[in-house]
Structures are given as structure tokens and as C-alpha cells.
Design a binder for this molecule. Structure first.
Ligand code: ZN
Length: 395
């Protein structure tokens, strides 16, 4: 059964807020203590195991009376789950050497999942009891991991569930294949001509962010006013992220509900960011984040996603005759083909090319005799092909 995580906003009372903040502190304390021991060990040519680090922490914590009142599982998970993963990533060269955790930066703690209960919009957490949630848990099944975290002023719980239920699988036979061109002007343009707007929240809040950041820089570092102002800035950034995520989720859900296969481009974000004029707008639209959400939602419904080769020029190729232009400047919003004299919206042209990649991908596999589906579904594939033909845009 697949593991799925649902992140839900919490509505804790004051006592619970204080408790959460304390546990974040305790998790950070345990993590940093063990990391410091680990570093000291390396200096003496000794690679300390996580259990050894935990043992040392258990001895050391006795010198700090306040640790007694905390949830011991929180410290335990911080060392055995979080630090252990950070060290493993460093050893396998997937990440840099772990850093010390700082207060106020990604505050979170993992609690004992065995004693957690979820009933409707309430969750029972160890030591603190029932906490209100803004949403009910989306999946049923065994709770495998429970992490509490803070973003700006809000508390969240991430519940990982070993799900028993499967999501409704898309009715692949009746939906067309869709190509998707993502960009700055429109978040996404589909091969059927649909466009989804880019909310560009950063652009909208740019002046406000700058103003509040300037105020922050004038406050004395660490003072009460400084802390308040810092929260204010964090809240604006949180708001920006919410607007962006909301638009991404809505567009992605809408798309996967009406398609049987998807063709997308391979984004070369690093190259794109080199264009300084575009860099800000690109970061604001967070296209890779959008494609990631799209892929996750498609995978849950069993919809195949084909990524065009990163060298495929989806914008420069004519979707009607296949002719490729040498140059195409960004300001040209309409694609005009010199070969076949077609004129078409630039983004729709790219999207149709990407859909053709997705269609071709499936067809070549079939032609080569590679079985992509069980025999019994061959009829379904034929039916889908017929639908594609009907869905071809009049160009
Ligand atoms: Zn053409």
C-alpha cells in the first residue's frame, strides 16, 4: 500500500502553541547536541553511530533540568530519523554536511505516531491531547509518521498514512491526450487552447515585501520590535506561497481530470535563470513546482506523462508541418510558419507539439512490439487513438 502524506493546518489553543514551540526547541537541542558529538567524533577519526549519539545525548540531557518535562520521543526521533537521514545523505554524497538547526528556521518536530488518533477534524497528540484541524484527514489507514511544523504564524501537522484506499482512476478511454506548455505569460497552455493564468503573487506583493524588509533592516537585531517585524515579513511570504500553490493545485487538478495522457517539456531552469530579465518572473511562477504537482496528481490517477527530450524545440517547431525555425524571440506571441503559412498562438503551437510527442511516444512503443498494456486492454487503446484523431485541433 502506498504511503501518502497529508499536511493540514492546525488550530491550536495558546497552551498547545507554547507546547509546540517548546518541542521544536527540544528537537533542535537534541539534533544540534548529537551533531556536535558526531563532528567531535570525526575529528578523532571515529564515526559515531546514531544509537551511540543518542546514548550520549541521554547522558548529557540530565544536566539540563528542563528536558525532563519535554516529550522524550521528540528528541529520539530528531536523532534517529532526522539527523540519521542527514548523515546518510552526506555519506552517499547526495547532500552537504549537515548544518546546525537555527531557531525560527523550519521549526518542526516528529512525535510518537503510535499514540496518535484522528477523528474528523481533530487529532490527538501525545502529552497535549486533542488539537483542532482545519480539515479532516484525506486518507484512511495506519498512521506511520506525524510531524508538527510552523510556517510563519501557522502550525501544521503532516500525517503520513499507509493508505488502504486507492484514488479514482481516470477514465482513460474517453479523455484526449493533452500537451502542456508552461511559461511566464500563462502558467500553462493546453493543446486544446485552454490557458491557465499565472497568479504572479510576488509581483503583486513586491512593493509590500520591499517596504517591510526595509523596516526590518532598521530595527535593532534581536529586539522585540525586530522579532515582530520579522514575523510580519514571514507572513507576507507565506501569503505569496499560498496564492501560488493554490493556483498550481487548481490548474493541475483541472488538467488531470480531463486527460488520458500528458506531454510536457523538460524545463532547463538553470539555463532559463541565466536570463536576468526573466529570472524574477520565473522564480515567481515556480514552474518546476507546478510540473511536480502535475506529475504527482497524474501518477495517482494512472495517467502517463511523457517528457520531451531537453533538446526538443517545442516552441520553434511548426505544429502543422514540422518545420523548425532557427530563431524565435520571446516577444513573438504568434507563431507564423514560413513553410506552410500557418499562424497560431505561440504557446498553443508548443503545446500541440508536446501532445504529439506524447502520442508518438505511445505509438512507437506499440509499433516496436513493446507491450505497454495487457492484451485485454488493446481495444481500449484503439478507442483512445480514435478519440485523439477527433480531438486534433483544426489548424
Ligand atoms: Zn508549418
Amino acid at each position: 500500500m502506498p504511503l501518502k502524506t497529508h499536511k493540514i493546518a492546525l488550530n491550536p489553543n495558546n497552551k498547545q502553541r507554547v507546547w509546540f514551540a517548546q518541542q521544536c526547541g527540544y528537537a533542535r537541542f537534541a539534533y544540534n547536541h548529537a551533531l556536535s558529538d558526531f563532528k567531535a567524533g570525526l575529528d578523532n577519526d571515529e564515526f559515531l553511530s546514531t544509537s551511540k549519539l543518542n546514548e550520549r545525548f541521554n547522558v548529557a540531557k540530565k544536566e539540563h533540568g528542563w528536558t525532563k518535562e519535554q516529550d522524550q520521543v521528540v528528541a529520539n526521533k530528531s536523532i534517529f530519523v532526522n539527523l540519521s537521514a542527514a548523515i546518510a545523505h552526506w555519506v552517499s554524497k547526495r547532500a552537504k554536511f549537515p548544518k546546525y538547526k537555527k531557531r525560527g528556521k523550519r521549526d518542526s518536530f516528529t512525535t510518537n505516531n503510535q499514540f496518535v488518533q484522528v477523528v474528523g477534524k481533530r487529532i490527538k497528540l501525545p502529552k497535549i491531547g486533542w488539537v483542532k484541524m482545519f480539515q479532516a484527514l484525506r486518507w484512511s489507514g495506519k498512521i506511520m509518521k506525524v510531524t508538527i511544523s510552523r510556517t510563519a504564524h501557522r502550525w501544521f501537522v503532516s500525517i503520513t498514512v499507509d493508505t488502504e484506499d486507492t484514488e479514482a482512476v481516470a477514465n482513460l478511454a474517453i479523455h484526449p491526450v493533452i500537451g502542456i506548455d508552461v511559461g511566464i505569460n500563462s502558467l500553462s497552455t493546453l493543446s486544446d487552447g485552454t490557458k491557465y493564468d499565472n497568479p504572479s503573487p510576488l509581483k503583486r506583493y513586491e512593493r509590500k515585501v520591499a517596504k517591510e524588509a526595509r523596516r526590518l533592516s532598521k530595527r535593532t537585531n534581536g529586539s522585540k520590535n525586530w522579532i515582530n517585524q520579522k514575523w510580519k515579513v514571514a507572513r507576507i511570504h507565506y501569503r505569496i506561497a499560498c496564492i501560488r500553490n493554490d493556483a498550481h493545485h487548481k490548474a493541475a487538478t483541472d488538467i488531470v481530470n480531463k486527460t488520458s495522457a500528458i506531454g510536457i517539456e523538460t524545463l532547463k531552469i538553470k539555463n532559463m535563470l541565466k536570463n536576468r530579465k526573466l529570472a524574477k518572473a520565473l522564480s515567481d511562477s515556480a514552474l518546476d513546482g507546478f510540473l511536480q504537482k502535475l506529475k504527482t496528481k497524474a501518477a495517482a490517477r494512472g495517467i502517463p506523462v511523457t517528457e520531451a527530450s531537453q533538446f526538443y524545440a517545442s516552441s520553434k517547431t511548426c505544429s502543422s508541418c514540422g518545420h523548425t525555425k532557427d530563431n524565435l524571440v520571446l516577444s513573438e506571441r504568434t507563431y507564423h510558419c514560413g513553410q506552410c503559412d500557418v499562424s497560431i498562438d505561440r504557446d498553443v503551437n508548443a503545446a500541440i507539439n508536446l501532445r504529439n510527442v506524447a502520442v508518438g511516444h505511445t505509438e512507437t512503443e506499440n509499433a516496436c512490439g513493446v507491450q505497454v498494456r495487457p492484451q485485454s486492454e488493446a481495444g481500449e487503446t484503439e478507442a483512445r487513438k480514435a478519440v485523439w484523431q477527433q480531438q486534433l485541433l483544426p489548424i
